[in-house]
Design a protein around this ligand. Structure first.
Ligand SMILES: Cc1cc2nc3c(=O)[nH]c(=O)nc-3n(C[C@H](O)[C@H](O)[C@H](O)COP(=O)(O)O)c2cc1C
Length: 399
């Protein structure tokens, strides 16, 4: 059996599954539930000096939506969306420190890791909050540069507003790095043009690692009632976001292979954890799927990671970090590969013509009711995807 433990910024996690900062970690009691369910770690709800962001949590509104973005109680597909607004930790720093201390002590007894989380409204506040959190005994602190709400909702200059401004982000990281000794993790917003550059700036300013990514903002429409769900704009995410997150995880890993990454935004199950790791994440956060399925679901996610590693013969999670990112070829390299062609398996083909309808390069001809692949085939693969009989294979021809 694979040993599931991983090291992240010098801290040992018993497994790579970490609960993301959210209502799941809103109190010591909630954090204990993450530990009891078997998570390797958890990120505490974000501590802030913004009263507006603290109060915003009292106004939380959420909807799980189905694949058509409709409310569908009790029948949510794997590719659900989570549309919602909440704020940050409701407590002031002193009260929050008490919650954190209790959670840290409990987690230690169970070999789990509590990561602190902060979001200030000016550099000095980022530093002060980080110090308060460090003093509770957490070994790592995440800086929340991704909260999607402050700009649109309460006007606070924190979260995503800072995450989209490389200068402000650098100042905040440098201020916090000057105030604490534990490693800092910059959690970035996906709502930027080039996240690799932002990650680089965070690192240069003193961050030891990055979390990629927080959520997007969206607009989900209740067409029957001609209005948006939950009265307006909100954060949106769900398992369907995963490939967008993986692009930035993989790009950042390739650009800075020694920068530790924690993955977030789009994890539904253990295989998603594996995909984030293969893209370059050393540990992986899960949030809305656990909000949907309950804390106990965490144990299943951990088991799925273990089962995959065992099935494929990997001895530890560290072995898979970055495998897919490193296997990604450039457009030039792909161009230099031997050509591919589609081939029809005559035993399976029913000559329905669906392939011809979908061939936008006009490479499929028809003779006497039989469909044939012609010379113009460039091996794009679309016919093999739409064939109702799975009768078309792609074969690589000799160059
Ligand atoms: C209800 C809710 C509250 C959240 N609160 C925080 C927060 O306080 N701090 C933070 O850094 N991220 C927060 N997040 C973002 C999550 O930690 C996570 O990055 C995001 O949900 C994407 O992961 P997922 O696809 O597993 O849900 C919150 C997300 C949700 C859904």
């Amino acid at each position: 059996m694979a040993d599931l433990s991983v090291e992240f910024c010098g801290v040992r996690f018993k497994n790579p599954v970490v609960v993301g900062s959210s209502e799941l970690t809103l109190s010591a009691g909630n954090m204990k539930r993450c530990v009891d369910a078997g998570a390797g770690g958890l990120v505490a709800k974000t501590l802030t000096d913004s009263l507006a962001m603290r109060e915003q949590t009292g106004n939380s509104k959420w909807r799980f939506l189905d694949e058509q973005h409709r409310v569908n109680p009790g029948r949510l597909p794997r590719e659900f969306s989570f549309y919602g607004r909440s704020g940050l930790a409701e407590e002031d720093p002193a009260a929050w420190a008490d919650e954190l201390r209790a959670a840290v002590a409990y987690a230690r007894e169970h070999e789990a890791v509590v990561i602190g989380s902060v979001a200030g409204t000016e550099p000095a506040a980022w530093a002060e909050l980080a110090k308060v959190v460090e003093d509770t005994g957490v070994p790592l602190i995440e800086m929340n540069f991704g909260c999607p709400h402050p700009s649109e909702m309460v006007g606070a200059k924190t979260g995503m507003v800072v995450g989209q401004d490389p200068e402000a982000l650098s100042e905040a990281v440098a201020a916090a790095a000057g105030a604490v000794t534990v490693p800092l993790i910059a959690k970035l917003t996906p709502q930027v043009t080039d996240m690799v550059q932002i990650a680089r700036r965070a690192r240069e300013a003193g961050a030891s690692a990055v979390t990629l990514t927080n959520r997007f903002m969206g607009f989900a429409v209740d067409a029957e009632n001609a209005r948006p769900y939950i009265y307006g704009w909100a954060g949106i995410g769900g398992p369907w976001v995963k490939p967008l997150s993986l692009r930035w995880v993989s790009k950042t890993h390739v650009a800075m292979p020694d920068l530790p990454i924690t993955g977030s935004n789009g994890v539904h199950d253990g295989m998603d954890v594996v995909e984030f790791m293969m893209s370059g994440a050393a540990i992986v956060q899960i949030c809305s799927a656990v909000m949907l399925k309950g804390y106990h679901y965490l144990g299943q996610v951990v088991r799925e990671v273990e089962q995959f590693l065992d099935r494929k013969g990997y001895a530890s999670p560290a072995e898979i970090v970055g495998l897919a990112a490193r296997a990604a070829m450039s457009y030039e390299q792909i161009k230099a590969l031997p050509p591919e062609r589609a081939e029809i398996d005559r035993d399976l083909c029913i000559d329905c013509g669906v392939c011809q309808e979908h061939c936008f390069y006009n490479a499929i001809g028809e003779q006497g009711g039989r469909y044939l692949i012609g010379e113009q085939c460039r091996g794009c693969g679309i016919c093999s995807c739409v064939c109702p009989e799975a009768a078309i294979n792609l074969v690589m021809t000799a160059a």
